[in-house]
Design a binder for this molecule. Sequence first.
Ligand code: ADP
Ligand code: MG
Length: 504
Amino acid sequence: MTELTYTAPKPKVIPGATGDWEIVIGMEVHAQVKSEAKLFSGASTKFGAEPNSNVSLVDAAMPGMLPVINEYCVEQAVRTGLGLKAEINLYSRFDRKNYFYPDLPQGYQISQLYHPIVGEGEVLVDMEPGVARRVRIERIHLEQDAGKSVHDMDPTMSFVDLNRTGVALMEIVSRPDIRGPEEAAEYVRKLRQILRYLGTCDGNMQEGSMRADVNVSVCRPGDYERYQESQDFSHLGTRCEIKNMNSMRFIQAAIEYEARRQIAILEDGGSIDQETRLYDAAKNETRSMRSKEEAHDYRYFPDPDLLPLEIDQAWVDEIGAGLPELPDEKRARFVLDFGMTEYDASVLTAEVASADFFEKVAAGRDGKMAANWVINELFGRLNKEDIALSDSPVSAEQLGGIIDLIGQKVISGKIAKDLFEIVWTEGGDPAKIVEERGMKQVTDTGAIEAAVDEIIAGNPAQVEKAKGNPKLAGWFVGQVMKATGGKANPQAVQDIVRSKLGLE
Ligand code: ADP
Ligand code: MG
């Protein structure tokens, strides 16, 4: 397979009163591990269950309860690391991150600060065909999620739901390699796509399966290149961290706001305080939550209840051998194998299900034509009517059947659209429908000639005009197509009209 070559997109530049500014972004994405059970207990992770029904004694932190690591969650983290072309650490370890909060009954979160399970990797963020940003992944560590405090159900009381407590999260930390709001959203989209391909996170942002902490700073042109060369952070501006974002649109809006807020302060001669901020979508602004000075002292130490996590290279290799084809590779293969554009390939490979659907339609058929029908006719229609591909009224077999009929010249492209409409609303076998409803294309030249003769005889004035202006032949073709109910082979009509009008 040939490698696709990429150039890096330009960073977003914001002009200020004192000169240009650039944005620098690093993200910490919390992705919920797709697993039936929690990280250290057998309790269910099912979303939407009755409050406090998915809580084991371990999750509730009853005295004397001991955590037991869920091997499947470890496997999912390794799979994710391999999918992000990252280094897998055969030795990792769990630490306690101590803090008090009502939805954290243990009084600490089990996480991996010093020895994460996954080291350096990368995500290619596609901005447009042939243009991608390589965003370095610094690390991925496994940790527990906390529960949920509910403050808006009662005027005087707060409630706590521990269903989420102890659910396995992967914290995926990027280097500050993202250079604009659109790129940040695209990074999350790409990461989500890869995780969904791998089956390690369902990527459902509404349900909170993926949340991002977004670190934003601004610098002058040239500073980022100096940082890249030296990896010395002092070339970059002071960052603020916007917590818990779960929508691509809000991520972009928050970065846009935050960068302008920082620029205004700097241009006024002020300096940026490193702090944690919250995005208020209703007001479209970020607000300070806590400053670095009041930052928690988490008193990290190795969790004495858990042994270091040691895994075998052989197991890692086995997981690696089972990895599916990932989005970048699938897209490149579609471009090469089916001769489609990068754009079409990225539409078709957005989800594994859509790529699989397309491949079924394309098998043994013209790839470009299959891509065109899947994207423009089927996906276009599904989108318009807000129907999921899994509920598509037209199956891959049926769509393939329609394409076969066009390829065999049994029907014209135009009739094929009518046929698609029938299959969409009524279902059925396309070939049978064409047979039963007399939709076959007329290729019998005798019948077409008769239709052409009739039109010519009935329109002597048009015939005169066409002799001086060959472009008018199209009008005759149109009339014949109309007279034959669109079933005449357009190429045959064209040829016969031209020869009868003496335009050859
Ligand atoms: P901490 O441990 O305090 O959270 P990290 O070094 O782990 O700090 O960085 C957290 C995130 O902040 C990472 O995603 C990193 O890429 C990002 N980051 C670090 N410095 C900057 C900066 N100057 N501008 C933007 N993002 C940054
Ligand atoms: Mg951090």
